[in-house]
Design a protein around this ligand. Structure first.
Ligand SMILES: Nc1ncnc2c1ncn2[C@@H]1O[C@H](COP(=O)(O)OP(=O)(O)OP(=O)(O)O)[C@@H](O)[C@H]1O
Length: 247
């Protein structure tokens, strides 16, 4: 089966020398990938490259077999993303915000907006102005927008930001259910490795702009260690320069 997402040897260097290099990974149908790494590791940069928000200097990204550079519209047609901001028009209601988003997806069935508002727990507040929403409610609205067109791949950058414990449990349940019942694939960057451990099928650990470990959660936690312990062991390996000297 063709991978949902195929990343080959992606590299990006910002002025100043930071960025990402040698990044390769594949996401399959219904897989839930967690992207973990310390601050500044390169997670957001990778997610931006994958969604065309930033151009790679080298390498290739294919979504559903379509190259993100050569055929952006086809590549993104079955994907959605929530990266860095949970922006909505504050002076409009959640419902009106989603109606605006829906204009990008002709043919959405009637009732889909109400369905996603129900799914994210905002049905009762749908006519309230977003300016009166809490951070968690705004995050739920952003997730609703990402779900609207029933994407087969959903890319989320720090989706638990602003969510309380109940919200995190809800989000985990939603991700698991969409993966299991609708075959949706996810790529989710998170600092909360414990929060995501239960929901991820795969993990990718990034440090200093490189993927240092990746695989199924079973592979990463081999030997009975938690995903968090596997992460700490991976990121605390000797620094790049040290590794070279020891090699
Ligand atoms: N536009 C930019 N110009 C220059 N350097 C940048 C730019 N964007 C990011 N960087 C640098 O690239 C590196 C990777 O940043 P990135 O935002 O991808 O990390 P991250 O893993 O998402 O971090 P965090 O967990 O803190 O959000 C960092 O050192 C950052 O300072």
């Amino acid at each position: 089966m063709e991978p949902v997402m195929e990343v080959r040897q992606v590299a990006k260097r910002y002025p100043g020398g930071r960025g990402v290099a040698n990044m390769s990974m594949q996401v399959g149908k219904a897989e839930v990938w967690g992207l973990f790494g310390p601050n500044g590791a390169g997670k957001t940069t990778l997610l931006k490259i994958l969604t065309g928000l930033c151009h790679a200097d080298a390498g290739s990204v294919k979504l559903f077999g379509h190259d993100i550079k050569g055929d952006f519209a086809s590549a993104m047609s079955r994907a959605s993303c929530l990266i860095e901001t949970a922006d909505a028009y504050e002076y409009m209601s959640a419902e009106r915000n989603l109606k605006l988003v829906a204009r990008f997806y002709p043919g959405l069935p009637d009732g889909r907006i109400d369905e996603v508002l129900e799914l994210v727990g905002l049905a009762r507040d749908k006519r309230r102005k977003v300016s009166g929403y809490s951070l968690g409610m705004k995050q739920r609205l952003a997730i609703a927008a990402a779900l609207l067109a029933r994407p087969e791949l959903i890319i989320l950058d720090e989706p638990t930001n602003g969510l309380d414990i109940e919200g995190i449990l809800w989000l985990r349940g939603l991700i698991s259910r969409l993966a299991r019942e609708e075959g949706t694939s996810f790529l989710i960057s998170s600092h909360g490795i414990q929060e995501m451990e239960q929901v991820c099928t795969h993990g990718c650990i990034i440090a200093e702009g490189e993927i240092i470990r990746q695989g199924t959660v079973a592979e990463l936690t081999h030997g009975g260690v938690s995903l968090e312990a596997a992460y700490i062991a991976a990121v605390n390996r000797p620094a790049k320069g040290e590794r070279k000297r020891h090699a």
